[in-house]
Design a binder for this molecule. Structure first.
Ligand code: SF4
Length: 225
């Protein structure tokens, strides 16, 4: 059981409050679990625009997820080509759709709503090609579970801020951030940290002088004159 120190929980609360004041309460498009799973597989190693284009093409080409599942693999690969790595993602998506159908007799992930977080996560990550980040996105945004997805932005920003031990890798940071957050923060804080990472705390040149979190940030304390 992870139990971060109270001091760090308070810091996380301040980070969350400042980001809410700065960016507001983020909104997101709610998809059903299967659609979110497919969209998240498409988003691996690409940007949002390419993912959205590939997703739209897939939806336009096939009327249902059952049709995607049973399609000629080459037709799926062709539809999702804008997302990149289409030769991997196409078969991965079809295998995931078959896995869900074979396990539950229908193409739906709604059974996850009734499972505790850990069980749902174990079930999703048992699908080939579904890692912690993808599983956490589905569980958080489709089923309201207190998961905390960690992408490259969240991992970098939480490390610089000092919200986690510098040694934690991205997978370990999922569990750490879950423990650090209070109920209801997970979605907003995840999305606001991504926004900060894209707009201000970029990988190569963080703009600490313009960052709303600079007074709290360990990196800024050590690197800003
Ligand atoms: S102060 Fe600098 S390093 Fe810290 S979160 Fe902001 S931009 Fe990133």
């Amino acid at each position: 059981m992870i139990n971060p120190p109270t001091k760090l929980k308070r810091k996380a609360q301040r980070v969350h409050s400042i980001l809410l004041r700065t960016y507001g309460e983020p909104r997101w498009t709610r998809l059903d679990g299967v659609s979110e799973l497919v969209a998240t597989i498409l988003s691996q190693n690409t940007n949002d625009n390419n993912r959205d284009l590939a997703y739209s093409r897939l939806r336009a080409r096939f009327p249902t997820w059952e049709a995607v599942r049973d399609a000629d693999p080459q037709a799926v690969i062709e539809a999702i080509r804008p997302a990149g790595l289409a030769n991997q993602k196409g078969p991965r998506i079809q295998a995931a759709l078959r896995h869900i159908t074979n396990s539950h007799g229908q193409l739906s992930l709604d059974f996850l709503a009734d499972l505790p977080l850990e069980e749902g996560r174990a079930w999703l990550t048992s699908i080939h090609g579904v890692g912690l980040k993808t599983a956490s996105i589905v569980l958080l945004f489709c089923y309201g579970k207190p998961a905390f997805p960690v992408d490259t932005h969240v991992h970098r920003v939480t490390g610089r801020l000092g919200l986690r031990d510098a040694q934690l890798n991205a997978d370990q940071t999922h569990y750490w951030m879950e423990a650090l957050c209070q109920s209801g923060w997970h979605g907003p804080l995840h999305l606001n940290l991504i926004r900060l990472g894209r707009e201000v705390c970029q990988s190569r040149t963080p703009q600490c002088a313009h960052c709303p979190l600079r007074r709290l940030c360990d990196h800024a304390k050590h690197h800003t004159p």
